[in-house]
Design a protein around this ligand. Sequence first.
Ligand SMILES: Cc1cc2nc3c(=O)[nH]c(=O)nc-3n(C[C@H](O)[C@H](O)[C@H](O)COP(=O)(O)OP(=O)(O)OC[C@H]3O[C@@H](n4cnc5c(N)ncnc54)[C@H](O)[C@@H]3O)c2cc1C
Length: 406
Amino acid sequence: MADSSRMEDPTDLSEYRQEVRAWMENNQPPAPAFALPQGMLFVDSDEQFAYLRDWQARVYDAGFVGVEWPAAYGGGGRGPGHQRIVSQEMSRAGVPFLINLVGLAWAGPVILAYGTEAQKKRYIAKILRADEIWCQGFSEPSAGSDLASLQTRAVRDGDQWIVNGHKVWTSLGRFADQMILLARTDPEASKHAGISYFLSPMKTEGVEVAPLTKITGEGGFNQIFFGDARFPGDCLLGQEGQGWEIALATLSFERGASEGAAGGDMGATFDVTAAIDLARTTRRDGGTCIDEPEVRDRLVGFAIDAMALRFSGQRARIPGLVADRPLALPLMSKVAGTEYAQAVADFGCELQGYAGTLNKGDTAAVAEGEWQRAYLNSYAGTIAGGTSEIVRNILGEKVLGLPKTK
Ligand SMILES: Cc1cc2nc3c(=O)[nH]c(=O)nc-3n(C[C@H](O)[C@H](O)[C@H](O)COP(=O)(O)OP(=O)(O)OC[C@H]3O[C@@H](n4cnc5c(N)ncnc54)[C@H](O)[C@@H]3O)c2cc1C
């Protein structure tokens, strides 16, 4: 990764912002004839997949994906300030999200940190251009929050690994070419020590994908079954038994506690601006919602929360301010940001009165039911990558040094 301590010239950054803004405004892809998913966790159909994959390739070809990653592997070789500008301008322009999020935000950074030269050359550029889509095979039916109790087994056989087991909740699994896979390589070792980390090709005999449907009716999740799947020896990342350390590094990217992701955003969020617009256009009791003191009060509360989140994000990037507790602000932002998105979506449904109970697909639903879809989808953020309860535990135990829960 580029040296994040390097100072970036403010004039350079400001010119870069203009360049990115102009490109995003002039290159908006045409709206598709079908509904797009609200985030990469909800990609459902082949047509959504093809549209979003093409979009990522275009953004990469324009030089705006992996701006901070080393040029030797296909990145832009610039600083983190340039990277942040791209992500901010993408959100501002309201362009589609980058579909290969697992690759860009988790697999890529750990390959750059732990991979061999050959692995970096093999995988990184294809991640950036969405030429290979990645998924994450961590969770199992009895190993979610308690991830280290995972039971999927990998056994060395000559220069190959034979994998057997069952993964679940695998986002994008149906479309993926590669998986970051955690498997137990030493059942005799303690539960954390016996795990290894693999970069596993999905299109392999013995890897079976079974899609699951979410409460919104959308796909996205999958179960993955490994039955004597054979993976090449060089798909091990790091050392045998080093999997838990690399898994923690991955989770630190996933929870936003480490910088180094290749950019883009997670997808649509229904924020206070959208709620204000809704309050302006929604009528009840002979008036408009925005004129009700209680509604205004709630909107001001959300606006303050949004501002606090933004400032926390900025503070988290000032080394002197976070040296004593580097995990504190990013983890607080994971909990507060995902709960904020849920509260705003809930409020948006509540504002609609009886229509708030109508779902996507109902012709009378306000905004085609996108608020309801956002509310149901908002649970993804508070669970995926560590539930709010687990992240609060980490904050209590690791950041504040409180006694461990039993
Ligand atoms: C939208 C979405 C996408 C996902 N995508 C992926 C993916 O691509 N790849 C992947 O590997 N996984 C994925 N996951 C799985 C996710 O990581 C797990 O759902 C998560 O880690 C929680 O594990 P669990 O579902 O087994 O819940 P459990 O661990 O069974 O927890 C159930 C409840 O008990 C609480 N709880 C458990 N232990 C404690 C404790 N010690 N203290 C306090 N409370 C506790 C939890 O907070 C939760 O409320 C995804 C999940 C979602 C929702």
